[in-house]
Design a protein around this ligand. Sequence first.
Ligand code: KG4
Ligand code: ZN
Length: 344
Amino acid sequence: MKQKKILAIESSCDEFSVAIVDERRHKLMMETLSQIDVHAQFGGVIPELASREHTKLFPLVMEKVGTYLNGDWNAIDEVAVTVGPGLSGSLLVGIQVAKTIALMLDKPLVPVHHILGHVYSAGLTNEIVYPMLSLVVSGGHTELIISMTETEHTVIGATRDDAVGEVYDKIARKLHLPYPGGPCIDKLAHQGTITKQFTKPKMNDPFAFSFSGLKSAVMNEINRCEMKGEQVSKEDISASFQSLVIGELIGKIELALQKYSNIKTVNICGGVSANRGLRSTYKKLEDKYKDIKFILPELEYCGDNAAMIGAAYLTSKPLSKEEMLTLDCRPNLTIHEFLNKQKI
Ligand code: KG4
Ligand code: ZN
């Protein structure tokens, strides 16, 4: 049977990505152009630069789609695009491209929430059995979400301050490591030993996260070493920091499994899910919870990418023509607002 083809566009931060995914969530093609080199010299993403770069990059990735389709753009059945959250200028470029294609081809346009895109990234290579518990760990978000169906998602916990990826990037900067810091710290952590026991964050709400205290403790330790003229072991600091982060994240998953005993699938997603230490500790949960499936996105789907946006196209309905014409970016869109169509 012919499968529907969804053309998906993701441009919420510093990547312009386009993919074609079929309705079974199989990726048919994907092209992602990253701007990391442009932003690395500033130690983080500069929003104005990101949107300007997107306007240069999108024709290059769209050309790849044309080549894949052999010029037969009518083979596309629906267009899906990230509407938020993210950087407004960056989101706008993707939305304008998506609107133009949908209007020209006279195909439906489906708005997708960026975080729900991450939630479905592991679905590109794994079957999803509901209820599913997802831990989203990215540069801007740390959330625990329970999904009952494609259109029913509840956030049961989130960070009260910094996101995990953000803390990785800030500590990396302090250690004079290149941006983005997560992969560097991950690598160093494997070369070091846990020499410092940082204090676990304490929260009243068992499902809330907090990482700013840990961030300050790590920064203070680096300052203390520098002031005393002691050599800062980047490897040992990274190992000590990373072990506490992994313990926190896995601990929250286990806590959620105790409270929500009907969970069938567990999922970790977002840029930080590429972390080697986190992935291996997480996979050990399989031995303890035999009746639950523990899934992870492939490494190419951990960071921002359009295939995950295509994989999440069923989380929302196509827009009417009028809604499509007035569709705007939603930089702070929450999952709750998205599902209730409060701001779309
Ligand atoms: O999901 P993502 O690509 O973008 C956002 O939506 O934020 O996540 C980017 C974040 C960055 O903070 C980056 O440092 C982090 O993911 N990251 C990692 C690793 N690879 C990327 N953090 C820890 N370990 C990694 N291996
Ligand atoms: Zn993301």
